[in-house]
Design a protein around this ligand. Sequence first.
Ligand SMILES: C[S@@+](CC[C@H](N)C(=O)[O-])C[C@H]1O[C@@H](n2cnc3c(N)ncnc32)[C@H](O)[C@@H]1O
Length: 230
Amino acid sequence: MKRVALAATAMMILVSIASTAQAQPPGGRGGMGVDAEAFKAPPLPVDDQEKKILAAMEEQRNGPRYRNVSTADGRLMRMLTETTGAKCVVEIGTSTGESAVWFALGLRKTGGHLYTHEIDPGRAKIAAENFKKAGVDELITIVLGDAHETVKRYKEPIDILFLDADKEGYIDYLDKLVPLIRPGGLIIAHNMSPRMADKKYVDAITKNPKLETSFLLMDGAGVGVTMKKR
Ligand SMILES: C[S@@+](CC[C@H](N)C(=O)[O-])C[C@H]1O[C@@H](n2cnc3c(N)ncnc32)[C@H](O)[C@@H]1O
């Protein structure tokens, strides 16, 4: 009889623990843990100009697009531009201009300029229209042509270089432009996930003692952020 009572008490305790566990928020005890959706909150405009730019970007997403960065990647571009106070940003691979608009969000605060390179005249034309609609066209110069040739124009220091064109060409862009990256400046490379990255480029940014690299947002396309040490 005593044994039956003990078993019943143990059962009640187990049921009570199980129902307490179900009542916990996602992630664990003590109110910690956040639903995955909370990490996807959309960007919030700080002023009217930013509101206009974000609205134009939203419209852009419903129009013609070609392999543009994700919102998470774009946010990172804007943050790095603004936090480093970048004055000169060079982008290889404009496409229809989504990443460029993210850079412009930062550049309008730093007083800087973006030079963006595109080989396809059709995409460059769409990008130019998108920059006008967003009201950021004065912050951006589109350089049409094969960037392996057109990047030879640079002589001044570059604060941020963003690589987002032909993956096998990253190493050539790096070789040509790394001497111009200012000390403390950044080389950001898109599509750095193990499936997409070029081994030669990954070796170049991880085995050079003058560079420091961190790989971010690897659950998406993957972004390599490389700093040229001071
Ligand atoms: C992935 S898309 C760029 C996306 C863009 N950064 C964005 O997020 O909105 C790559 C672009 O690079 C361009 N491209 C490829 N090879 C190039 C080259 N050698 N010179 C200039 N642009 C090139 C392609 O035409 C394409 O539009």
